[in-house]
Every structure is written in C-alpha cells, then in structure tokens.
Write a protein that binds this ligand. Structure first.
Ligand SMILES: NC(=O)c1ccc[n+]([C@@H]2O[C@H](COP(=O)([O-])OP(=O)(O)OC[C@H]3O[C@@H](n4cnc5c(N)ncnc54)[C@H](OP(=O)(O)O)[C@@H]3O)[C@@H](O)[C@H]2O)c1
Length: 257
C-alpha cells in the first residue's frame, strides 16, 4: 500500500510522524508540496517520504489518499483532481460531509472520513471514523485508538466531544491559578495537577468496564473533600454549563452539513 496526503500541514505532520514509529514506518508516502517547510522536513527525516510535484502526483503515487486541506479550499482542490475508482480516500477535512466530497471526487472511490487528534504523533490518538472502514481503522489503531461509528450523528457527536480539549486545559489552568492566588507557585501547582490528572486518566483507561461515575464515586469518600467539590460544582451549574456548551457545538457542527 502506498499512502498519499493532499495538504501537508499540522495533521499530516502528526500522522506521518506517528506512522514512522509503527510497522508502517517503511510504507511509501507521498506528500503534496504545500506546506513547503513541513513537507521538506518530513521528507528529510524519513526515507520512505517523498514530496510530489503537485496534488495530482500525490494521487498518482498512492493507493490510500488522505485529504488534509482546510475546508475553505477543499472544493477547489478536490474538484481539480482526477481520482481512480480504485483509490481509497480518507477525508480529514473538517465540516465537509461525505455527500459533498463524493460529488467533488467524481469517481467510484472508497470514501470515509476521520477526525484524528494531534496526539497521533505520539501514538496516543483518539480517532473517530465514519463509516466503519477497516483500512482507516487499522491505520489509526496503530496511532492510538480508532473509534468507528455507523452513522453521521454519532460521528458529529464525537466531533463535538473533541471540542472538550480546550476546557480540559481551562480546568487545569483555573485550578493552578487558584493555587497561585492562595500562595503556591504556578510551577508547583502545574506539576501537581498535571501529574494527578494524568494518573486519573490511567485509572480510567485500566478499568474500561467501569463508568466514569463509578470511578468518581470511588474517589469521593462519603462526607469527604472530593464529594464536596463535585456537589458544589453540580449545584453551581458546572455540569449544566458543560452540557449546554456541547449542545451548542453539536448544533454548529450539524448546521455545517
Ligand atoms: N490539526 C488538527 O488537529 C486536525 C484534526 C482533525 C482534522 N483536521 C482537519 O484537517 C485539515 C487540515 O488541518 P491542519 O490543521 O493540518 O491545517 P493546516 O496546518 O493549515 O494544513 C493545511 C495545509 O494545506 C496546505 N494547502 C494550502 N493550499 C493547498 C493546495 N491547494 N493544495 C494542497 N495543500 C494546500 C497549506 O499549505 P500552506 O501552509 O502553504 O498554505 C497547509 O499546510 C482541516 O480540514 C482540518 O479541519 C485537523
């Protein structure tokens, strides 16, 4: 299998970097020449990676093609390309549903879409894939976890969930700032919370059969401090604010269809 990338930006760089650490590290990979610096950097680092002369050359050199350009230019870029019916295409383009891509591609390719997160570079990705696609799943499983979903609504829900990343760091920052305001250095607070949240994530990963609520309950002694903070958070509208924010982002994703 030869892999091509139309659009060599941040997410392509993350995928190529991640794949170099897997058993696909010697697979021929062809990059479109933009972004010039990222493409040259990847080709310089990995001997299996080459920079094609243009986007069409990427397709001509590939069996599996990732579309990794921004949504604003996707129609212009994709319509200009001649796909083969035998191409397997995985679109990473945000806010661009499959029916639109199918029209632009104008060939009987096998097509799916995916939302890789930047941590694919360190093999810690969580990648939503729709519709289920064993080739895309095999690739993104090597780069972390692949979650295949059967319908567009589920895919959009995972897209909405990916918007929690900023809030994760926002909670860490709010906690660290609170500690700082009370007299602890920012660095000490940051180190403590970073270690604690990382360990909590490991606890949940090691017990996939248990709900988060069961784990929360286990970490909340009756009448204890954890129970108090969570009860205050709920009573002050923390959970409702989170649900409302997710509703908002989900509606925004659905409107882009
Ligand atoms: N970053 C993420 O975490 C992430 C995750 C999931 C999905 N996505 C999706 O993946 C797509 C790419 O995201 P990104 O973050 O990698 O964006 P990005 O860093 O801006 O990369 C897009 C690349 O496309 C290049 N480009 C511009 N015009 C082109 C053309 N005509 N032909 C080929 N390449 C062209 C740009 O090159 P120049 O720099 O030379 O303009 C740029 O390097 C987006 O649709 C995004 O929604 C991103």
């Amino acid at each position: 299998m030869r892999i091509g990338f139309v659009g060599t930006g941040e997410i392509t760089q993350a995928i190529v970097t991640g794949l170099s650490k897997t058993d696909l590290g010697a697979t021929p990979m062809s990059l479109s020449p933009r972004n010039e610096i990222i493409a040259a950097g990847l080709a310089g680092r990995y001997s299996n990676v080459t920079v094609a002369s243009d986007n069409q050359a990427v397709l001509d050199n590939s069996d599996l093609v990732f579309l990794a350009i921004r949504p604003q230019i996707a129609e212009e870029v994709v319509r200009a390309l001649a796909f083969r019916d035998t191409h397997h295409v995985v679109s990473l383009v945000g806010a661009t549903p499959l029916d639109r891509l199918t029209t632009w591609i104008n060939a009987k390719v096998r097509l799916s879409q995916a939302i890789p997160l930047p941590f694919v570079a360190t093999l810690n990705g969580a990648t939503a894939i729709h519709p289920p696609d064993e080739v895309a799943a095999a690739i993104f499983s090597r780069l972390g976890k692949a979650i295949e979903v059967g319908n567009k609504a589920e895919y959009d829900l995972l897209g909405a969930a990916s918007a929690l990343m900023g809030t994760y760091f926002g909670i860490l920052e709010a906690g660290t700032k609170w500690l700082e305001n009370k007299g602890l250095s920012y660095d000490s607070g940051r180190a403590y919370l970073n270690q604690m949240f990382g360990a909590l994530s490991d606890v949940a990963a090691q017990a996939p059969e248990r709900s988060f609520d069961e784990i929360r309950s286990e970490f909340s002694t009756k009448g204890g401090l954890n129970e108090q903070v969570y009860a205050n958070f709920v009573a002050d509208g923390g959970v409702r604010a989170l649900s409302d924010a997710l509703d908002g982002v989900f509606s925004r994703i659905r409107r882009s269809d």
